[in-house]
Ligand binder design. Sequence first.
Ligand code: AQP
Length: 338
Amino acid sequence: MTSPSFAPRVFSGIKPSGGLTLGNYLGAIKRWVGMQGPDFETIYCVVDLHAITVWQDPAELAAATREVAAGMLASGIDPEHSILFNQAAVPEHVQLGWIFNCVARVGWMNRMTQFKDKAGDNAEAVSLGLYAYPALMAADILLYHATHVPVGEDQKQHVELTRDIAQKFNHDFGREFFPLTEPVTEGPGMRIMNLRDGTKKMSKSGESDMERINMLDDADTIAKKFKKAKTDPEGLPEDVAGLKARPEAKNLVDIYAALSDQSAEAVLAEFGGAGWGRFKPALADLAVDKLAPISSEMRRLMADPAEIDRLLARGAERARGIAAPILKETYEIVGLVS
Ligand code: AQP
């Protein structure tokens, strides 16, 4: 349970390891926009230090950082209301991250399924940062005493690790200093899958561009990608039970549901019994309708990188206003003289 003494505060981030995908939009940004309002203070971050856990070309990293920021702004993150910044501009993340490296246990890290997926058979050769990054993610969250973290299903395990780190820190030092943050994972769009293999999630860095919808894809590209998306010979079922063991069909219905703010049941009430020849063009039209205004605003914002940098720098200043006192107190609790 979250201690009642912590004010409701949301933190979440996206790493600029490539351009934004529909998975990032539906699983994260769209929900972040919805959480802006009187109920929470909202803090959103471009987590560039996480991106470099795998090799990033420096010029591409800087461009992707601005693209992700532009995507958030274009989708409706209001930089007056929310705090929007990039992680590298707030050095307290790394400072708390080191302390959490010393709190987290190797056995906990060994259980992180995302590391196993990403490292695959190559675990000896990947960076130490890739292995340790969930401890930095815990620092990202706890540096703000965030009580809620909206994430896609894929990140739920890392938020649970964040709770374990908070609990161990609080126990070791005998103070209820860090909150036990709640992952917020309900709603449609929590797990958008790869268009060519419905058992894998849609990722920025997946091998083929055809497996994902990028936020900057134009209407023709979106239509082509949905047209070529893998399906099975059966058409759409009459109810969600008929999507069982049909990951590609389920994914397309889920995308339609998330984009149109309806349940999968409601989508099937409209399209149940239809063939893919009817559903895929309807899905492409819906996606273009929702994404085109965002991508054109992203392009407009990206044409003025200095303005994006200015907004990020202002956000970083506001973020440090919260982070610095929490880090200072953490140092005092740990006994670090500073
Ligand atoms: N396919 C997805 N479905 C739902 N949510 C998703 N998210 C990412 N992909 C999907 C959510 O977006 C937020 C930011 O994620 P991230 O970009 O920081 O990290 P990631 O999950 O590792 O994203 P990628 O696209 O898979 O990056 P690469 O390919 O570089 O590793 C998170 O809330 C995440 O849940």
